[in-house]
Design a protein around this ligand. Sequence first.
Ligand SMILES: [Zn+2]
Length: 107
Amino acid sequence: MTDRRQELEALRDELIDRFDRYKAHKEQRGGPLDKDMEDQSIELQNDEVVEALQQEVEDELRQVMHALKRIGDGEGDLCERCGEPIDARRLAAVPYTTLCRDCAEPA
Ligand SMILES: [Zn+2]
């Protein structure tokens, strides 16, 4: 099994970095945004778009921090709702999830 905590910590750092760039951009003293954002540079001049992206990053970051805390508590592989183990393939695909597939996507 890959080290999920390491993966999440890397993701956390990346999200914090992105969050700071959006913040800097909004404050009009920022450097360039992510290179994969260049295509959207026109849209990104719109503060509302930046605001939405920042919100998205913030939500994801909150998820990552939550997942890291659960891993720290030794519960990282268990579903937060039903307590069943979360499928390893799901954890690999969505490392910050804290719900099993059944709970995340109710039929
Ligand atoms: Zn569940």
